[in-house]
Write a protein that binds this ligand. Structure first.
Ligand code: 9YT
Length: 132
């Protein structure tokens, strides 16, 4: 069994990844062998993230804050607040916005799992690890 605590075991370690627009505290990673990774992510207030996880499926559950997500393929805008979940089941290209003044706290699940220190490439995706 794996038991970790965000404050004791993740914050301030290599699994705590700070980017310009977000901070991702990675609770479970590929090395934990679960087949997914689990992140507690803070989206900084007023930020627009252009994302396109071509290599991963991601589900995101908002537990604090407010914002919106725009589907790039059709321009549809969905508001996000505490209790909203979105699932990028079609590797959907999207824009994620955290409202000014509040930011958002999200629980994110990635399949396949991220391995550790991934940050976005120019398309807003994470690369897969090299395999033989
Ligand atoms: C919700 C989202 O995709 N935020 C960007 C950071 C990413 N989810 C992560 O690695 O936690």
């Amino acid at each position: 069994m794996i038991v970790k605590n965000l404050y004791d075991d993740v914050i301030g370690t290599d699994a705590d990844v700070d980017a310009d627009q977000w901070t991702s505290r990675r609770l479970l990673l590929a090395k934990d062998g679960m087949g997914f990774s689990l992140h507690d992510t803070l989206i900084k207030e007023g930020e627009d993230l252009h994302l396109w996880y071509k290599n991963h499926l991601e589900a995101v559950y908002c537990i604090e804050g407010q914002g919106e997500i725009v589907e790039q393929k059709n321009g549809k805008v969905h508001s996000i607040r505490e209790g909203t979940v979105y699932a990028l089941n079609d590797n959907d290209q999207h824009i994620l916005r955290a409202n000014k003044g509040v930011g958002m706290r999200m629980v994110c699940v990635f399949n396949p799992p991220v391995t550790g220190r991934e940050t976005h490439d120019k398309d807003g995706s994470y690369l897969l690890p090299e395999t033989d």
